[in-house]
Design a protein around this ligand. Structure first.
Ligand code: GLN
Length: 486
């Protein structure tokens, strides 16, 4: 059961082979057994989860169940959740209880899914290794001496270790795809605006996008059907007709034009990662897909541009944590300004402070034109590279991350090395495009490798279709780590 996909669990619930209470209990026990070692969850509330499961079972007995009714889902602790505390991985919000649910949480509640707990993450989603969390690092289930990736590392580790059949994440510069790759699971960052940001604690608002993480692409499609949709409370939410993200799961791969950006197959990428990715691409070729070399010439500028824009927006978004409205407040202070200063000095960790300082600097009078405005112009060029590429191909494929999971502590003293992890995941959010990562094999150490599939705006169904076809022919996505025996 623990190794089942969401679709299999949904079928088992529908066939009354298992109840939601039994299923929830199973996962809660699994969390109890493994969380001490992996630290994937920040908050678990067994009674609340079981109460939700009982309601789901009642709903099913009344004949009112949908595909996700009774299915346990873990949520990244960036989503405001009534009843559960919402920390965003920060001391600033260590005791914060949101008075309302995020749009995504509302959607899962409406579908009857069971909230299994809140997953660990880099503080305010700033990181690629989950080492910046106030609640301690998450460990990679494939090798607990290594990082799970970040910032949705708790969600990725939870799914990989079978502590949850599915989880939510958010992706600003790669935080769904990179941890999915490093933990051997599937994760989708949708087109910007498809999933509402309401109640998702803001990091960089023009980039942040929520999405699902699970074992298989078919599961992601099912989860997207619940998560996506217009929400008037998010001013950048897109008003579009509802779509079925599973509608292209029977996609005919023959004739599909797959672009391979030469910048993604360059020096500096781990040769084992490149081999696994090339093998996956060869499978698509064997099915009649056509591959062609393309160029995304501004790829090298994506990381520097992101590290102007994301900190700029973060410095503005995080100004709300001032000790007045909610969250941490310093105990001793002389006056109001001193209270602000001490509160923020105590409440934020080093990486968050670094970003606030960079952001404040690039937005300051005299530097705004040189950094922020310039970065916006280059952002536009990066988006244009993709627009041109998608006139020649349907999908783009390449590695998700330049390496497999690295050792805990290996990059935490060198922010630039850490930032370079996201070189292949940052371009898509800068352009607002969707990106998907699926497992495509292992390196010699037994660590998972991720294949990234990018598509044009709103091409999620096609991307998921291509991924599903590959997953029907391979079983990388179903492998479970030995470190977390079933
Ligand atoms: N690792 C990137 C960063 O630290 C991306 C994080 C994210 O997508 N939330 O900003």
């Amino acid at each position: 059961m623990l190794n089942s996909t969401v679709i299999e669990l949904s079928d088992a619930l529908a066939a009354k082979k298992v109840s939601s209470v039994e299923l929830t209990r199973l996962y809660l026990d699994r969390i109890k057994g493994l969380n001490g070692q992996l630290n994937a969850f920040i908050t678990v509330d067994e009674e609340r989860s079981l109460a939700q499961a009982r309601i789901a079972d009642e709903r099913r007995s009344r004949g009112e169940a949908g595909a996700l009714t009774g299915v346990p889902v873990a949520h990244k602790d960036i989503y405001c959740t009534r009843g559960f505390r919402t920390t965003c991985g920060s001391k600033m919000l260590a005791n914060f209880r949101s008075p309302y649910d995020a749009h995504v949480i509302e959607r899962f509640n409406a579908a009857g899914a069971v909230l299994l707990g809140k997953t660990n993450m880099d503080e305010f989603a700033m990181g690629s290794s989950n080492e910046t969390s106030h609640f301690g690092p998450v460990r990679n289930p494939w090798d607990p001496g290594r990082v799970p990736g970040g910032s949705s590392g708790g969600s990725a580790a939870a799914v990989a270790a079978r502590m949850a059949p599915a989880a939510t994440g958010t992706d600003t510069g790669g935080s769904i795809r990179q941890p999915a790759a490093l933990c051997g699971i599937s994760g989708l960052k949708p087109t910007y605006g498809v999933v509402s940001r309401y109640g998702m604690i803001a990091f960089a608002s023009s980039l942040d996008q929520g999405g699902p993480m699970a074992k298989s692409a078919a599961d992601l499609a099912l989860l997207m059907n619940a998560m996506a949709g217009f929400d008037a409370r998010d001013s950048t939410s897109l008003e579009r007709p509802a779509e079925d993200y599973g509608r292209e799961l029977k996609l005919d791969v023959a004739g599909l034009r797959i672009g391979l950006p030469k910048e993604y197959f360059a020096e500096g990428v781990d040769p084992e990662v490149l081999s696994r990715v090339r093998e996956a691409i060869r499978w698509f070729e064997s099915q009649g897909a056509e591959t062609l070399e393309i160029t995304l010439p501004n790829t090298g500028l994506a990381v520097p541009v992101y590290y102007v824009i994301a900190p700029a927006e973060a410095s503005s978004n995080l100004s709300r944590f001032d000790g007045v409205r909610y969250g941490h407040r310093a105990k001793d202070y002389a006056d109001l300004n001193d209270m602000y200063r001490r509160t923020r000095a105590e409440g934020f960790g080093t990486e968050v402070k670094r970003r606030i300082m960079i952001g404040t600097y690039v937005l300051s009078h005299g530097y705004y034109d040189a950094y922020y405005l310039q970065a916006q112009k280059v952002r536009r060029m990066i988006a244009k590279d993709f627009t041109e590429a998608f006139t020649r191909c349907d999908l783009i494929m390449g590695p998700t991350s330049p390496s497999t999971a690295f050792a805990l502590g290996a990059k935490s003293d060198d922010p630039v090395q850490m930032y370079l992890n996201d070189i292949f995941t940052i371009p898509a959010p800068l352009a607002g495009l969707p990106g998907l990562s699926i497992p495509c094999g292992f390196d010699a150490r037994g660590l998972p490798v991720g294949l990234q599939i990018m598509g044009n705006y709103f091409a999620e169904a096609r991307m998921l279709g291509a991924a599903h076809r590959y997953q029907q022919a391979t079983d990388w996505h179903l492998r479970a780590p030995n470190e977390a025996p079933l």
